[in-house]
Design a protein around this ligand. Structure first.
Ligand SMILES: Nc1ncnc2c1ncn2[C@@H]1O[C@H](COP(=O)(O)OP(=O)(O)OP(=O)(O)O)[C@@H](O)[C@H]1O
Length: 240
């Protein structure tokens, strides 16, 4: 399989605690892969390792055929952190144009990225005056404006209403259909059903790496939240 991300035996310690305990998984190219798990399970830590900003105790992470964090990946990987990373004293449009320039893109691409996240009407507004959900979408526009081959999104739909969430997921799938790979974290289980593949982690260990259909089939339940509970209980019993 042609994988955009390949993680092998990844062990990470933060502070004095081990937070990832030897995770191995892959993100196939051109898919929307969901990274699911309870708060504190290690989703952000795994994403940080994929974008190459997390120090690693042992194991390996390859991204687009190169070790994670390689300098030549800078323009090929987009990362949306949980805290919006946009300039409050610039407008939405100015932010997008600034990040577009950093990636060698023009005004047209910047304006399209703003429209793609549903912010065309607020393009002239200072980011500091936006709502939390709008600010997060402005940040998303800036993460996508360089048209990266791999997009790593840490909870991109938090604070968005149901219509916007549906629009954003449609956008993610359109990007995947055009060949982009997306790794998207969430702890909203209804979003799991929208993913092509799922990585479920709990307490720094991988509990599932499969399609939603295979997770349902393996657990015998349709509801993914219930399926995940069964997988987690199963992994606890196996570890007991
Ligand atoms: N800078 C840090 N120093 C020490 N421990 C940290 C640090 N950042 C995170 N951790 C710990 O690492 C573990 C994994 O955190 P991480 O942020 O990866 O979880 P998460 O699954 O993304 O959670 P959430 O869904 O709440 O964002 C947690 O136990 C957290 O307390």
């Amino acid at each position: 399989m042609d994988d955009a991300v390949s993680v092998r035996d990844l062990v990470i310690e933060r502070g004095k605690r081990r937070v990832l305990h030897g995770i191995s998984c892959a993100v196939p190219r051109g898919t929307v892969t969901g990274l699911l798990g309870p708060s504190g399970s290690g989703k952000t830590t795994l994403m940080r390792a994929v974008v190459g900003v997390q120090s690693v105790r042992s194991g390996a992470v390859d991204v687009l055929g190169r070790p994670a964090g390689s300098a030549d990946l800078r323009h090929r990987v987009g990362y949306l952190t949980q805290a919006p990373s946009v300039y409050a004293d610039l407008t939405v449009r100015e932010n997008a144009r600034y990040f577009a320039v950093l990636h060698g893109r023009g005004h047209a691409e910047a304006d399209r990225a703003v429209a793609d996240v549903g912010l065309a009407a607020a393009a002239g507004q200072l980011v500091g005056t936006l709502s939390g959900g709008q600010r997060s979408r402005a940040s998303l526009a800036c993460a996508l404006v360089g048209d990266p081959e791999l997009v790593v999104l840490d909870e991109p739909t938090v604070g968005q209403d149901p219509v916007l969430r549906a629009d954003l997921w449609a956008r993610f799938h359109a990007m995947a259909a055009a060949g982009t790979t997306l790794l998207v974290s969430s702890h909203v289980m209804d979003e799991a059903a929208r993913c092509d593949r799922l990585l479920l982690i709990r307490e720094g260990r991988l509990v599932a790496d499969d399609t939603p259909a295979a997770v349902r089939a393996a657990t015998g339940v349709d509801d993914l939240e219930e399926a995940f509970l069964r997988l987690i209980r199963g992994s606890e019993e196996a570890g007991a």
